[in-house]
Design a protein around this ligand. Structure first.
Ligand code: GLA
Length: 667
């Protein structure tokens, strides 16, 4: 597959006479793919049952004439006005019981059978028309699934789904401990939707109900997506793939479940503040690559600025190019900009684009054209290659939801917590995979996990991993809940106590930081290791009780009396050569950085390239090393002579200007 460069093109926004200037400029910029038709339902089916694909056919022909492949987005994120007027039951209902008004997008009820039937029909018509058209390389289902509907239909569907999950009300009542606050249900129809806060009546709903509601939304979107996939697959030739554009770490549904039915995952990456942050942005790529454990499309990203941030600042000169190469370095098979040209009116007039309303390039067009030239020059290096990481960070939507429902400390953001592990490794240019807590862990040297919801399958894989010689970092709040979001009957980390060599005596949400002291090798019973610094815990601290065979690496200083002097971080070496590091506290950034540096060294994890100056981000994909600089110019010396495929230079030492990129292979 070539490395694609593309843009979202909405020909329906402009008179047909102007399309030719669009595609000519696309070709000149080196674009190889356009995305069309998403949101175009009112143009594709102007009246119920009256389809007009002629304009799309002509747009596709024009694109193909200019060497552009086409991806068709099904238009179902934007139901047309004739439909919402005639069939208001297709509209989503908000938590107050008010139906959505027409005029924006994503206003559909994902559980509406009528809506699904309309979606199936338009997707099928499109597939019949374009499914055997070689100019069309793939399909995108809908756009950024996100809306939750609290309609009566959704409630009935939820109740039916619960019946299928639990089989009996007795089982559900037991799993949710519904005797608590007299919630016991004697009929499925009594089960409410979890609505609280501003829209409800103050008290949150049962944690079991809330978790199941999120899982139900996942199932509803899975069904919604499959409904279209089925008809597309029935008519499309096998070479046409199907994807969906996810939104990075958005947690509205379980992305692992939805990705299962796609050929590959795609995502939409935006920089609302206008600037790159290598750790944050790379984590989004690693997450998306982890949805199916394969390369992905960066199917939308911003040319310049967005229009929805508090301050929509644009990327600096060079930053757009750096961001594109960072995506490729992390496994993107395509980088597509949103959008090609702004519509003359509509909600996104201010959004960045390549072409201004006058039909002429904006300044960022030249930078994107450079990317186009570079993809043509160096794209072959990435063909069939992906990222190989020796570290896996485990991630779970169930865990994130359960923790978010009951943060216990307002600042306990599960994503920030994940980031506290990702950042120190990213800074060291260590390649990582972000995977489901249910992933197989063969081949990794180091796994970082904090499985809040723990069952035998998750624990079993971690135990197997350590027994095979793997190093495991276990984080706070591990092993606390079961799959119903109920408390486990064992002390944390429950089924992982044996491999961790410790259990949690008590947990504390911290109003103030608590000092942490590294146990020096003299004071520690066994094993001399380089000294770890002192520091502090914030937000969360667990009093760890070490079991025989475990070593205490860090203890709490003066705190609340209970924590004083107790173990904060322990380590349990295993006969297999594996080791479990139990981090019972959310450590301050400097201490976390030092400890993670110490652990990766013990685990034998190597950076992509050694000795790079701070601020140079490096990734390896196949034989190619992609090095991206931040804003300060610096020189980089590689361990060997290399060819930079962008400049054509061969050297060992390279000068990198602000946001500079080199794509190097060893010579
Ligand atoms: C999302 C949508 C696009 C567009 C962009 C704007 O990612 O998928 O249609 O609205 O945001 O940033």
């Amino acid at each position: 597959m070539p490395l694609h460069l593309g843009a979202a093109w909405y020909p329906e926004h402009w008179p047909e006479a102007r399309w030719a200037e669009d595609v000519k400029l696309m070709r000149d910029a080196g674009l190889t793919v356009v995305r069309v038709a998403e949101f175009a339902w009112s143009s594709l089916e102007p009246r119920e049952g009256a389809f007009d694909f002629g304009w799309l056919e002509r747009a596709i022909a024009l694109a193909a004439d200019h060497g552009l492949a086409v991806v068709i987005g099904t238009p179902t994120a934007a139901p047309p006005a004739w439909m919402t007027q005639a069939y208001p039951d297709v509209l989503a209902v908000n938590a107050d019981g008010r139906p959505a008004t027409h005029g924006a997008r994503c206003h559909y009820d994902v559980t509406s059978e009528r809506y699904l039937a309309f979606c199936r029909r338009i997707a099928e018509k499109l597939a019949i028309c374009f499914g055997r058209d070689a100019r069309v390389i793939g399909w995108q289902i809908d756009n950024e699934y996100n809306t939750v509907s609290y309609s009566e239909g959704a409630r009935r569907a939820f109740q039916d789904w619960l019946r299928r999950c639990y089989g009996s009300l007795d089982a559900l009542n037991a799993a949710w401990a519904t005797a608590y606050w007299s919630q016991t249900y004697s009929d499925w129809s009594q089960i409410p939707l979890p609505i609280q806060g501003a829209h409800g009546f103050g008290q949150p709903h049962n944690p079991g109900l809330r978790l199941k509601w999120r899982q139900f939304i996942t199932e509803a979107y899975r069904r919604f997506q499959l409904n279209q996939i089925e008809v597309i697959r029935a008519h499309a030739m096998p070479s046409q793939w199907i994807t969906h554009n996810f939104m990075g770490f958005f947690d509205g549904f379980d992305h692992y479940v939805l990705s299962a039915d796609l050929d590959f995952a795609s995502w939409d990456q935006y920089y609302p503040a206008g600037h790159l942050d290598f750790a944050r942005d790379s984590a989004g790529h690693d997450l998306t690559r982890g949805f199916k454990r394969k390369n992905f499309w960066l199917i939308e990203t911003q040319p310049g600025s967005v229009n929805w941030a508090p301050i929509n600042s644009a990327q600096d000169r060079g930053e757009t190019r750096a961001a594109a190469w960072n995506a490729v370095a992390h496994g993107a098979e395509a980088v597509c900009y949103w959008q090609w040209r702004n519509a003359p009116n509509g909600q996104e007039q201010y959004h960045g684009s390549l072409i201004a309303p006058d039909g002429n390039p904006r300044p960022v067009y030249e930078e994107i054209s450079r990317i186009g030239r570079e993809f043509q020059q160096a794209g072959h290096l990435f063909d069939g290659a992906t990222v190989e990481a020796s570290v896996a960070l485990l991630h779970s939507y169930d865990d994130r939801w359960a923790l978010d429902f009951q943060r216990h400390h307002a600042d306990f953001d599960p994503l920030q917590y994940l980031g506290s592990f990702y950042r120190p490794l990213s800074r060291r240019n260590i390649a990582m995979d972000i995977l489901s807590t249910r992933a197989a862990l063969d081949g990794y040297k180091l796994v970082i996990a904090a499985p809040h919801i723990l069952d035998e399958a998750i624990a079993g894989e971690l135990i197997r991993f350590v027994a095979g010689g793997g190093h495991l970092v276990l984080g706070v709040r591990s092993g606390m809940k079961d799959g119903n979001n109920a408390l486990l009957r064992q002390r944390q980390p429950a089924l992982l106590q044996d491999i961790a060599g410790a259990h949690v005596e008590e947990y504390y949400a911290l109003r103030e930081p608590v000092p942490i002291h590294a146990v020096t090798s003299g004071r520690r019973k066994r094993g001399a290791t380089p000294a770890l610094p002192d520091g502090s815990a914030h937000i969360w601290a667990e009093w760890l009780v070490p079991h025989p065979g475990a070593q205490v690496l860090m203890t709490y200083g003066a705190a609340n009396g209970y924590l004083n002097g107790q173990a904060a971080v322990t380590m349990k070496p295993h006969a297999s050569g594996g080791c479990v590091y139990y981090l019972g506290a959310w450590l301050d950034d400097a201490l976390q950085d030092a400890l993670m540096g110490w652990i990766v060294a013990r685990a034998g994890v190597e950076p992509v390239l050694p000795g790079l100056p701070a601020g140079v981000h490096a990734m390896r994909r196949g034989e190619a090393y992609v090095l991206i600089n931040d804003t300060e110019a610096k020189s980089v010396t590689l361990p060997w002579r290399a060819k930079d495929h962008l400049s054509g230079r061969t050297a060992k030492r390279f000068m990198l200007g602000p946001w500079d990129v080199i794509v190097a292979t060893r010579v």
